[in-house]
Design a protein around this ligand. Structure first.
Ligand SMILES: [Zn+2]
Length: 238
């Protein structure tokens, strides 16, 4: 059976899987005022999937008023400029990642990583003009209130987001969900793996049982227990 192009996480909150096997997700949140916020925008070649997902959720691109970016990687900002062609959305991004977004270049990769230079060469994306920056703890005026939780490591400015009315945690790339398990964020393009490990522990602040990952299916129930079990296993490995 074909999968739906968008998955409802809570009333008016959608996960839009833009790559096969839930490999890359973007999210759309519609506020009570009808305004729509996107969290990340997928890869450039996933535009069609993004449009299909929004249509399935009965969201018009013109109603997108905010684009929140979790971090400066091409699989999260690939379609920002295209969304801006059809809307007058404001682009909001973490302060520490803004220079990377505006230069179209991903941050350096952890020196411990093999083939780092090769990967860095391929880490470019279309430049993104940021209109508003945010830092840790800020409550963003989007979809009833979205709290920024700075979780650096994957990139210097990497930020997870908590939708305050629902409590849903959008992890970004600190962790991902694969083969029925929460896993530490992909090391492949990580800027500082040790710092990412420290940041992951902050996810214990999650207040909802729904966990929304940028990579992998979401967790719809018992998310808090799942994240605590995962974090406990990481800290005993250290
Ligand atoms: Zn990333």
């Amino acid at each position: 059976m074909a999968k739906d192009p968008a998955v409802l996480l809570a009333p008016n909150i959608w996960r839009i899987p833009v790559a096969p096997s839930d490999g890359v997700n973007t999210f759309a949140l519609r506020g009570d005022d009808g305004q729509v916020t996107l969290i990340d925008t997928g890869l450039e070649w996933t535009w069609k999937k993004l449009v299909e997902g929004l249509a399935f959720a009965k969201i018009d691109l013109a109603d997108v008023t905010k684009i929140l970016i979790t971090h400066a990687h091409g699989d999260h900002v690939g379609n920002v400029n295209r969304v801006l062609e059809s809307s007058s959305a404001t682009v909001l991004a973490p302060l520490a990642d803004t220079p990377y977004l505006e230069s179209g270049k991903a941050p350096s990769i952890d020196p411990k990583r093999r083939f780092r230079k090769l990967l860095e060469k391929r880490g470019g994306f279309d430049k993104v003009q940021v209109q508003q920056t945010f830092v840790d703890g800020e409550l963003l005026d989007a979809a009833g209130g979205i709290r920024a939780m700075h979780t650096p490591g994957h990139t210097p400015g990497h930020t997870s987001l908590i939708h305050e009315p629902s409590g849903i945690l959008f992890t970004g790339d600190v962790v991902h969900f694969w083969r029925k398990q929460i896993r530490i964020g992909m090391a492949l393009v990580c800027h500082d793996m040790a710092l990412n490990e420290v940041s992951a522990q902050r996810l214990s602040e999650a207040t909802s049982d729904v966990l929304a990952f940028s990579h992998g299916p979401h967790v719809a129930a018992n998310g808090r227990q799942a994240i605590h079990t995962f974090l406990a296993s990481r800290s005993t490995q250290a």
